[in-house]
Design a protein around this ligand. Structure first.
Ligand code: HEC
Ligand SMILES: [Cu+2]
Length: 311
């Protein structure tokens, strides 16, 4: 088994930012706990019943003390909140130029696909010093992708897409875990993250014949007959998918919905859930025919048809 030290290595830019907050909180909590406990014990001994200390009509009222011991904790609490909020924002907001890697959690393994199509299982190779974004979903139950050395963890949910970004700072091998109990072999659901020099990563990436996810998606699109209804032409029975991604889609019965990953997935798996205005819902449901891999490929293909512009 892995040697799992109490304090995992710091291998990401984020780790170096989170740890000071962790230590500050630990020192803060310990200081207060020890202070309060000490006073508690001292007073308890000093004023115990046998001492027979005079306790009648003790009356202390001091506005200054009241104000000070209310104000100080408020200031400290706000400071901790602000510190945490800044880091949380950093955790949530990926920079624009990430390497996007698909991750599928599945009882009990992590399936990974790189932008050039290369796949791996329970192993994730990433370059040092480049921001990487994982786009994650689950084939079955809730999992959670956790790399302690990066101080990064994110739940992975069925029928939803969550993301997790990081920038590795240190070449090495780091354990990867599933951090959400997901069944009998949950404890074995994990693997290794390999952080490589960018040149080694490039070389490693080149080491496999692979179709890009968009090319795989296009193949599925042709094979499954999607193209018969979603032809670019106007006579098609279904709407054109060109430029769909990221657009607002008008739905039958009123309302609009942004064409994001979750909407596209639902449109394919359960077409009647949201019907596009002006179309008859004659698209067959593909729920039983696709796994999450296929869906991610189809999404990559649809995104490759452009987005943000009109049809
Ligand atoms: C029998 C014709 C038909 C086939 C086959 C078909 N679709 Fe559709 N599709 C439609 C129609 C009609 C709509 C619009 C009505 C609706 O939303 O259900 C639609 C809607 C969609 C949408 C939402 C489009 C939008 O503008 O919001 C997506 C995405 C989609 N289809 C993908 C696919 C994929 C991927 C396949 C193949 C796996 C496929 N479709 C196969 C007819 C079809
Ligand atoms: Cu799991």
């Amino acid at each position: 088994m892995w040697n799992f030290p109490l304090l995992p290595e710091q291998a990401s830019a984020y780790a170096a930012k989170v740890d000071p907050l962790f230590y500050a909180l630990a020192v803060f909590v310990l200081t207060f706990t020890m202070g309060v406990t000490t006073v508690f014990i001292v007073l308890g001994v000093r004023y115990r019943k046998r001492r027979g200390v005079h306790r009648k009509s003790v009356h202390v009222e001091n506005m200054l003390i009241e104000l000070v011991w209310s104000a100080i904790p408020v200031v400290i609490a706000i400071a901790i909140f602000a510190w945490g909020a800044v880091l949380y924002y950093d955790h949530g907001k990926a920079p624009g130029d990430t390497i996007d890697i698909n991750v599928i959690g599945k009882q009990w393994m992590w399936k990974i696909q790189h932008p050039n199509g290369l796949r791996e299982v329970n192993e994730l190779h990433v370059p040092k010093g480049r921001p990487v974004k994982l786009i994650m979903t689950s084939q079955d139950v809730i999992h959670s992708f956790y790399v302690p050395a990066f101080r990064k963890k994110q739940d992975v949910l069925p029928a939803r897409y969550t993301s997790l970004w990081f920038e590795a700072t240190k070449v090495g091998e780091y354990p990867l875990f599933c951090a959400e109990y997901c069944g009998t072999e949950h404890s074995l659901m994990g693997g290794t993250v390999y952080v490589m020099e960018p040149s080694d990563y490039e070389e490693w990436l080149g080491g496999g014949p692979a179709l890009t996810p968009a090319a795989e998606g296009e193949a599925i699109f042709q094979k499954m007959g999607c193209a018969t209804c979603h032809d670019a032409g106007d006579s098609s029975r279904g709407p054109s998918l060109n430029g769909l991604y990221g657009k607002d889609v008008k739905l039958r019965g009123g309302g609009t919905i942004p064409a994001n990953d979750e909407y596209l997935r639902r449109s394919i798996m359960e077409p009647t859930a949201d019907v596009v205005v002006g179309y008859t819902p004659l698209m067959p449901a593909f729920k039983t025919q696709f796994n999450e891999d296929d869906i991610l490929s189809l999404l990559a293909y649809i995104k490759s048809l452009g987005g943000g512009t009109q049809e």
